[in-house]
Design a protein around this ligand. Structure first.
Ligand SMILES: [Ca+2]
Ligand SMILES: [Ca+2]
Ligand SMILES: [Ca+2]
Length: 505
């Protein structure tokens, strides 16, 4: 087995934001949506010829995608999901929710980094439901990279080993070139989309050819957990199969360990399972991982039978479990036999699971995410949130001693993101927060997840988030678990904790 060791590439923070009009005003920091890079699993038992760079030397180089998700997907999701950019069909594509586009993106990663020469892509053509998409920004291995003008440039050079790519929408036909000082970037109902993404690699003859990309297959079925943590919309077991390692399932018994909890998977059609890949623990951040429980050992087998026992390492590196014997059937159960203690909570979290049938990696699609999305949209349409849900809101910050800007998207898929960039006389600070949200009432929602702050302070200054005064000229780079309440009416959105300035829309 070939072993590979990779060092997590430090998050690089760009200085400038990009406004929702596509004009370069400032550049949001790399978010979790862009930096889910994980070290390669050295224990992987996936046949090398399927995923390693050796493939790039063969006549038709190909690669499995390990994770692939989009931050916003129109419904029905199986029709507009991100895997449609890899099907060699120009008529299918990834499509955002109506009104969404700027700052949304498509993420994918490979199990093993692959040397990519260049990337090219095609946007879905304008129609009565699709607006023009003319530029994106690339984040390569979690680090902000070049802009790509889809109309003017045939391809963009990458020329490096790629573990993950995040393609973030910047310029769309939604707006003119006016930068909105405050408010919604767009209030119409068009979507934007990308039909095909091509990665160019060198074949054995030194020719540049497209890499044949094999996305994770989705198989329909249902999932049941012995319990799920409240609010269940944030810890539902279908987050085991959403390709986002930031979102996972947690057991619901807060006073006891996850030992004895179980998950059962039922597929609509019989499946073969040879291997399971597990993202153990809560991958939202190292802090989330440490504070919550992780799985130490499981049994896995057909529903109703005693499964074989497997031990799981206490690591954020995805692990592949090769089953003692390949299983075939429709229903399987995974029992938690033992856990690694969390430093703070007795909540057992698994962030992601994937199965291998001998040919393909596949995940279970329950359709529950879409049901929840419809419920959130229905709630939004009956409240003032209907105006801004799924839409980027923009605000300039002007005051005597500081200026900056902030963006916010509350998404119907239950996630949110906030960026804030502030320049003061004696300091600079960049902050982003992302995670889940839940309805409190018709005028407020609770947001919770991680808060990442980066800053530099020339002089002693009080840090309201930590309640301390950090020393001067020390770079701040900290991720914390946070929660906040957002209150909104017909015109404004404000943070109860004062995490960001008021938005008006
Ligand atoms: Ca396509
Ligand atoms: Ca997940
Ligand atoms: Ca528990």
């Amino acid at each position: 087995m070939k072993k590979a060791v990779f060092v997590l590439i430090a998050l690089s923070i760009a200085a400038v934001f990009l406004s929702c009009t596509g004009e370069e005003v400032s550049d949001p920091p790399v978010t979790s949506e862009q930096e889910t890079e994980e070290p390669v699993n050295s224990e992987s038992t996936v046949p090398e010829d399927e995923i390693t760079e050796e493939t790039a030397q063969e006549e038709e180089p190909g690669a499995f995608v390990e994770l692939c998700y989009a931050t916003s997907v129109n419904m029905p999701e199986d029709q507009f999901g991100p895997e449609n950019v890899f099907d060699n069909d120009p008529n299918t594509g990834w499509v955002t929710m109506p009104g969404a586009g700027p700052s949304e993106g498509l993420f994918f990663s490979f199990e093993t980094p692959i040397h990519i020469d260049a990337i090219s892509m095609q946007a879905l053509p304008e129609s009565n439901s699709i607006a023009e998409l003319y530029s994106v920004r690339l984040y390569i291995n979690g680090i902000s990279g070049p802009y790509y003008d889809i109309h003017r440039e045939e391809s963009v050079s990458i020329d490096r080993k790629v573990k993950s790519l995040f393609i973030r929408i910047s310029g769309t036909g939604y707006h003119g070139r006016e930068v909105p000082e405050n408010g919604l970037c767009y209030n119409g109902s068009l979507s934007v989309g990308i039909s095909e993404v091509n990665l160019l690699v060198e074949n054995e003859y030194g020719q540049e050819v497209p890499l044949q990309i094999q996305p994770v297959t989705r198989v329909s079925g249902s999932i049941q957990a012995s319990s799920s943590l409240d609010p269940v919309e944030a810890y539902n077991p279908d987050f085991l199969f959403d390709s986002r390692s930031d979102f996972g399932w947690s057991d619901g018994n807060t006073e006891s360990s996850g030992q004895g909890e179980n998950l059962s998977f039922h597929f609509d059609q019989s499946q073969r399972i040879e291997k399971i890949k597990i993202w153990n623990g809560y991958h939202r951040s190292q802090t989330h991982f440490d504070q919550n429980e992780r799985v130490a050992s499981i049994s896995f087998g057909p529903q109703g039978e005693d499964g074989s026992v497997y031990s799981i390492n206490d690591t954020m590196v995805p692990q592949v479990i090769t089953l003692e014997t390949p299983l075939e059937g429709q229903s399987f159960s995974l029992n938690i036999l033992d856990v690694y203690e969390g430093a703070t909570y007795k909540d057992l979290v698994i962030s992601e699971l994937c199965f291998f049938d001998g040919n393909d990696w596949f995940q279970l699609r329950s359709g529950e995410g879409e049901v929840r999305k419809n419920q959130l949209l229905e709630w939004a349409q009956n409240t003032d949130a209907g105006v801004f849900i799924d839409r980027q809101i923009y605000a300039r910050i002007w005051s005597e001693d500081s200026n900056g800007e902030q963006h916010f998207i509350l998404r119907s898929n239950g996630s949110f993101i906030i960026w804030k960039l502030l320049e003061m006389d004696d300091s600079d600070e960049t902050m982003y927060a992302d995670g889940n949200w839940q309805i409190i009432d018709d005028n407020s929602v609770r947001i919770f997840g991680k808060l990442h702050r980066m800053g530099s302070y020339l002089e002693y200054a009080y840090d309201p988030y930590s309640g301390a005064i950090p020393p001067p000229e020390v770079e701040l780079d900290r991720t914390t678990i946070f929660t906040d309440i957002l209150e909104f009416d017909g015109e404004t959105i404000s943070s109860q904790r004062g995490m960001f300035e008021e938005f008006t829309f």
